[in-house]
Write a protein that binds this ligand. Sequence first.
Ligand code: UDX
Length: 433
Amino acid sequence: MRIAMIGTGYVGLVSGVCFSDFGHEVVCVDRDPSKIDALTAGRVPIFEPGLEDLMRRNVEAGRLSFSGDLAAAVAGAEAVFIAVGTPTRRGDGHADLTYVMGAAAEIAAALTGHTVVVVKSTVPVGTNRQVAEAIRTARPDADFDIASNPEFLREGAAIDDFMRPDRVVVGVESDRAAEVMAEVYRPLFLREFPIVTTSLESAEMIKYAANAFLATKITFINEIAALCEATGADVKSVAKGMGLDNRIGRTFLHAGPGFGGSCFPKDTRALARIGQEHGTPMRITETVIEVNEAMKRRMIEKLRELLDGSFNGRTIAVLGVTFKPNTDDMREAPSLTIVPALVGGGARVRVTDPQGRREGEALLPGVTWAEDAYAAADGADAVVILTEWNEFRALDLKRITRSGPRVLADLRNIYDAETAAEAGFAAYAGVGR
Ligand code: UDX
């Protein structure tokens, strides 16, 4: 099957590469010539484990190519995926559909033969229908169907999530579109991964509901963590005790500095906005957004307390600034709230991150970048673990205390008070314990 993937951002690139690995013939299209040049030269613009290899293999097999020519890619394709960005619109929290509607217009002009236009971008409920109408108005003669196919990829585990999904969600209005989508996902279908086929609106809603629910789960445990600190309970035990109940489940109950990333913050805001527009406020989601912001600020107060009330003149090593490990993505990372508060409070901040520097340098002014955790900690007063990269999980803590730091703030609960004390730290703080 021939597929055109419009947009080579995170979702588009991962999906395009994986579809080609299924055996489909895929052309990934982007209007940014520098991106197409880099991809054609075999360079992947994002850090995603396994992606570059998979991309190379499929390019070599002749199934995957990159192009700036949308019209040519669409003309030859049986399925055209829209995977362009839907950032939060300034001011109102709504998802900005400029790129989606722009892509739809260009696709409309290029349609030949029967084509399924598939919206993969996360879009407000009702957008798929709007896209279909826009195409129909522009090209009343075109033979096309619309499908909604939201993605559930986690950064850092995207290939695995794509190849072994918990489910694939497909929203369609016609049998013809359902058949093409079944063909697109045939390898997963054969391996009996659940494919949920539903209406356009339900597919759109599943994506927002799933992300808002996960964001709620994290925020719930973060709030419980705050209460654990006040009451003497340990959130790790609480999460375990809760999570063993099958109805609750163990995942997404790690207390931390608050969620970030390209999806949860944006999608919770968009869902809240959709609720307001329909006169059905999403009060839980609205509260989650507020509490998550408060959680990030709570971390600043926790650090201040740990440093006896002031950051002024202290040297602080920050380990990890990306919103989570195995990504170079800094979007809405808790570090963007926490690090500036340290710098603003008069601390000298030394930062290290295995992948975050490229993006982080511009986003975190006033910090010094260090090669690794030991260089960052050398001579510092305190060490703050913000992102749980593997290389921070088995640090030689004694080596760190020998080089100066006496305070360990472990905002991902990797270590515990006993281990920290044994290594020579005078003070330790986790989250919720
Ligand atoms: C998420 C969803 O998991 C994915 O299905 C969706 O389509 C896109 O958004 P992603 O943003 O890549 O994926 O990361 P994820 O691993 O879900 O983590 C999101 C944030 O929550 C991170 O900041 C992470 O640190 C935080 N988190 C996650 C916690 O604080 N505790 C947890 O238990 C889990």
